[in-house]
Design a protein around this ligand. Sequence first.
Ligand code: AAL
Length: 418
Amino acid sequence: MKAIHVLVLCVVCVLTSLAVGSCATRESKGDFPWDIPQSMPVRPLSEAMQRLYTDYRTPRPEDNELFSSFAYTPLKGLDYQGGDGTVSRRDPSKVLVEDGTYYVWYTKRHTSVSPQGAANCTDTIPSTDWDLSEIWYATSEDGFTWEEQGVAVPRPPKPHVGWRSVSTPDVLKFNGKYYLYYQGFLEASGTKGDHCPVTASYADSPDGPWTPCNEIIIENGAPGTWDQYSIHDPYPLVYQGKIYLYYKAAFGDRPEYLVAQGLAVADNPLGPFEKHSLNPVLNSGHETAYFPFEGGVATLVIRNGNESNTIQYAPDGVNFSIASVSALLPIAAGPCVPDAFTSNGNGRGITWGLCHFTNAANNWRKNHSILARFDCDLSLDLHDPELKRTQTRLRPEVYFSKGLTRKQMKRITEKKEP
Ligand code: AAL
């Protein structure tokens, strides 16, 4: 496709040159040329125009394999008890393809009441949406209709890591065995913060049975370091023959905190994991979503930080930079990554996955999350011009759903501020 594009540009350039004189003549006027130069033109450039050629794969995002917009579809097959807040599914893992069947693992909370906050929680009343949760899994033949198969990892008995809640899983297949990494809470989330380390379970089949290792697999950082209290969203890939496990931590005193992401590398799935000396490797992004891309690793950076709403690429899996800026990125994305564990230096990218929407009822008394499907074109093997459009047209009600708060309305109408 790119070749056709370049060919068309050349033809247009030749025809235009014949009609109005040579490109060189037009350029010599000093104005930027009409025909989009595909490589950096030799001429003085503003920083913005220079960046177009130094920082992006192609000048137009529509031609950029690491740019996409996102389309969303509700899932069929999962029941939420009428959305009363007692059943929640959130934080899906990457989607695994096993003999043509799709598998996903996720946090499932099924409690008698919706989350009541840390001050009101008990052994059966959850503090947050991911408190008192278990890891469940579902399978699908088409990626749209999902059949819940049951619990993969229940909460272990006290005092094992995760006794209070196990949540936010992701999956690794390594040497024919399967590993689930997840957050293991030893106190109700929200008690002091969202504090937890990472633990794991392993199995011979994606259908289990899963054996918990009952140990902390990724330790929290030393006191005073950025990940001292939490290692969230563990997300493993196999890269250059090693297990590259990305994770996120929030640091700084709330509410003035920053969310960043780190990397821990191991030769064996159950460790030891060594945290990368350059951590954090991303300065933004809430949940983790990484995939092999060409010889490196790409990631969706969503929700928090200066670089939220970007898609980034690291040629070495460590040093990420912005490959494109997009909008409406999938929250807590769990992409379908067929080559997540092949480590062949030829990552093909992603075209879909699952994500979640929190407070799906738009009513905190019925607080729960739902899983949904997203589609995108961040794949070297797909060319979907509709997903490459930069101009996302949304209905007015979508914008109005992000309205002013009562406090803001009061400030504006009482003219307390300019
Ligand atoms: C999520 C994830 C982790 C956090 C909480 C539940 O979206 O980042 O899992 O702990 O929020």
